[in-house]
Design a protein around this ligand. Structure first.
Ligand code: SF4
Length: 338
């Protein structure tokens, strides 16, 4: 199992975070780590002059109390699957993986992982959001693994489990846990629950090994998704971002075939597909720090504040990939980001 960084050498702890159960748990889990007490996580996380990719080589853990907004309206760059009340939250900032196309490199000043320990406040904010949702006929749709990969960290910070248990007690809530991990076994003693979608982001082997550093192989992700399906969970597959690599047609058609050799297509809840897209400012920042990834340097087009392949290329990719998928799954179950 590769968590990337399961042994943190340093823990930065906000003084206000000390009293929380999750802080105590993590202090005991990493009892040998050097402890540094701080007043505000931003003093460490938002320090100027940090180098994201250098920090990725030795990630530190920061424990903090989240103040201010605890739940946000969904971003235009993410798919809402037709759910009108699309929201997301961020219990954890940053990720143990290191995908070349990850927008977090441009969004955050640091690669260190921040764990917000005040879960009860997140639950209270979600209760309010459920009650105040704009469309009362639809549930609050909440993506909880948004600026991180929550399931990848589950054996260290068991937040997926806490959210699943919380959602059991709530009506009008649907949560999505998106992951590239092969870590379903950390949840496999929980009974499945139809207000939770476990969503696996998948990529062809060659794409994953080149552009999704530290992530589990396609095979292991498929095994994990397949076990979740067998246990009765609602599973989504995300073929996103589809990258314009040489021979992409052959590579992605083979990948779709491999996926459905392992996964029973009729048991999938739905599939999302989408091409690379990123906030233009984030991409600019990332390019200043790294010249080592060709996908960051493709001649993308900028529309508003979003960078992506041209409309023509997007349409071509989306239509080809949809066609591959439609041999296995009903078109209505395929959500395309355009
Ligand atoms: S798994 Fe997602 S959050 Fe993590 S590095 Fe990759 S793209 Fe970013």
């Amino acid at each position: 199992m590769n968590y990337g960084h399961s042994n943190f050498s340093h823990l930065y702890i906000e003084r206000a975070a000390e009293k929380y159960a999750m802080t105590k748990h993590l202090l005991s889990r990493f009892s040998k780590a050097k402890r540094i007490f701080i007043d505000n996580y931003k003093d460490v996380f938002a320090r100027p002059g940090q180098h994201f990719q250098t920090q990725k080589r030795s990630i530190k853990l920061i424990l903090a109390v989240k103040r201010g907004h605890l739940i946000y309206q969904g971003s235009n760059n993410a798919q809402d699957f037709g759910y009108s009340n699309f929201h997301y939250n961020a219990n954890i900032l940053n990720c143990v993986y290191n995908c070349d196309y990850c927008y977090l490199q441009g969004m955050y000043p640091s690669a260190n992982i921040v764990v917000f320990v005040n879960m009860e406040d997140y639950f209270s904010a979600t209760n309010i959001a459920i009650n105040q949702r704009t469309d009362p006929d639809a549930p609050l749709y909440l993506a909880i693994s948004y600026d991180t990969d929550l399931l990848a960290l589950e054996s260290i910070v068991p937040y997926c489990r806490e959210w699943i248990e919380y959602s059991r007690k709530k009506n009008n809530l649907l949560i999505e846990i998106r992951t590239k991990s092969a870590n379903y076994r950390s949840l496999n003693n929980l009974s499945p629950h139809d207000q939770v979608i476990l969503a696996w982001s998948l990529a062809p082997k060659t794409v994953a090994s080149r552009y999704e550093i530290n992530t589990p192989s396609l095979e292991r992700r498929l095994e994990s998704a397949s076990q979740a399906i067998d246990d009765g969970w609602s599973v989504r597959l995300c073929f996103d971002p589809i990258l314009l690599v040489p021979n992409w047609r052959e590579i992605y058609s083979q990948f779709v075939k491999e996926t459905f050799e392992k996964i029973p297509a009729e048991k999938i809840r739905d599939i999302s597909i989408g091409t690379f897209r990123m906030n233009s400012e984030y991409l600019k920042r990332i390019k200043k720090q790294r010249a080592d990834s060709d996908i960051l340097y493709f001649p993308y087009e900028t529309t508003g504040r979003v960078v992506s392949p041209s409309q023509k290329i997007k349409e071509e990719i989306n239509s080809e990939i949809s066609m591959f998928l439609e041999s296995y799954i009903d078109q209505k179950k395929i959500e395309v980001w355009v």
